[in-house]
Ligand binder design. Sequence first.
Ligand code: ATP
Length: 626
Amino acid sequence: MTPTTIRTQGPPKGGRAAAQKEEQTDQVSWRDRFAALGNLPAFFRLVWETSPGLFLGDALLRLVQAAIPAASLYIGKLIIDQVVSLTKAGGLTDTTLLWQLVAAEFALAILSTAIGRAISLMDGLLGDKFANATSIRLMEHAAELDLEQFEDATFYDKLERARRQTTGRTVLLTGVFGQVQQLISVGFLAAGLAVYNPWLLLLIAVAVTPSFIGDNYFNKKSYSLSRSWTPERRELDYLRYVGASDETAKEVKIFGLSGFLVDRFRTLSNEYLGKNQAIAVSRAGWGTLLTVLGTAGYYGAYVWIVRRAVTGGISLGDLTFLAGSFRQVRGSLEGILLQFSSLTQEAIYLQDLFDYFAIKPLIHSPRTPLPFPRPVREGFTFENVGFKYTNSERWALRGLSFTLKPGEKLALVGENGAGKTTLVKLLARLYDPAEGRILLDGHDIRDYSLDDLRRNIGVIFQDYIRFKMSAGTNIAVGDIDERTNQPRIENSAQRSLADTVIAKLPDGYQQQLGKSFNKGVELSGGEWQKVALGRAYMRDAQLIILDEPTAALDARAEYEVFQRFNALTEGKSSVIISHRFSTVRMANRILVLEGGRLVEIGSHEELLAQNGRYAELFALQARGYQ
Ligand SMILES: Nc1ncnc2c1ncn2[C@@H]1O[C@H](COP(=O)(O)OP(=O)(O)OP(=O)(O)O)[C@@H](O)[C@H]1O
């Protein structure tokens, strides 16, 4: 596929103009189509791996099915010739052969039906298995990719197109198998026709060409439209979600957003529908016209066959055989060409799936990682670290240098957008610095295995996930391998104060959380935070990071959480991000960030004595309580 004709960059969100512009660049040439067929071997390898038995069974049955039409037409010819000769003989000769032929034709008809059913059963089973296997691969691959890749709209377009491939692939599977079956079938029938007159084959080719060209043209248009609308389709999915989900229902009601959302959905979906409809209508019109041309070709050949029968050139049996074969070859050829056109289409869609699998993460472990220090001896050192988010001109962090010593309790302070969360993400290697480096015991953290690093760091983000799973699982996600270790889960819950929350739930640790599931219970914001905090204790990490984990806790709970946190993480390093100075002051050292830069560093007392930015922020908050 040539990159000039297939768009790999998603268009900016929304807008008719954007979509029209995209359509022009989304044209697919014949070269692209043939090149896309190159994806088929890889595709069949995937299908084969899904289930070799079903794959083989399906192929064999189709081979048998391919021979049936020609065989049945030929037996039909023999029957008619037999009937004619019996009639001429006055019905007095032996009819055994005739009835044997009729029985054979009957047997073939039954065989064909049975095989047909078996084939569609196998297609269905194979298709479902393949869809499941591909969905799993899709999720596994997503887990390998970088956070940065998830923050890119183009990536989502690819993901969306790839996701659609997991359900529609049965079409391709049935299509290619059916295609090969029909080709073999046509081969048998065409051989029969060629025996009588090779020109009949040429006539057939002329008869099928017009509708092939038509279908191909419209398929191309449909594909271009569908591809250029990927971002809008994602927006439609999003609107559907926001408009009808338990997580959004509250705000949608309070702000009366339903009308706004429905309007946007209606406008966008109608626009898409309109474009699709235009293609469908013109396809139907042209399709009819081109089929009429094809039918004229068929009747041209029919006239020739009938004349030959009338002049005695061929028998009545030959007449039915030829007319039947001609009709079937034409139908099959038309089917093959039509399928071919949509097959290349599907193969191009397949490219989207392979494109997605080809996206490689940039953040990965080195080939020979250093053994992870246990315990950490020197700590984490930021050396002139700078980081910019993709598509952003601004440095989110710059010139950052400090050391987080083993066992130290560090707090990060700064106004919204100062770069606190970004610093944490760099520590956990969700991103790598653009400038400078982060060392762990004197070695770049990139020299350690990513798994080891992440296993040794426990982070609870401010936007932690409220999993709609059991209360126990919601804590166990801190170390999912230990999800059956009930004592450990309960111990973590006690530490994070979640035990009292869970004690009140009807099903305790088994209680389904989240209202959208049967018997699910919803927790308050603070209760959720206690559960989420339990995750930090689940993990046997050397560094624990809490990014504003107590914002929803009441004052008493917050005080208690941090008293416990300090005691329970004795000997471990921790980083706490908080806007509450009552929490921050408990840290050994405080880092004050402003506009991505480190402006002050020291203990609470030292920073107050400096009378700088920290003292100013502290005084501001203290005044609020007076
Ligand atoms: N995924 C992202 N893509 C682009 N820019 C981002 C992204 N996340 C954060 N930023 C930008 O980087 C800067 C630092 O953000 P960060 O989340 O680190 O701030 P913060 O100090 O944690 O803020 P808050 O107190 O509001 O949580 C902000 O200007 C923000 O807009």
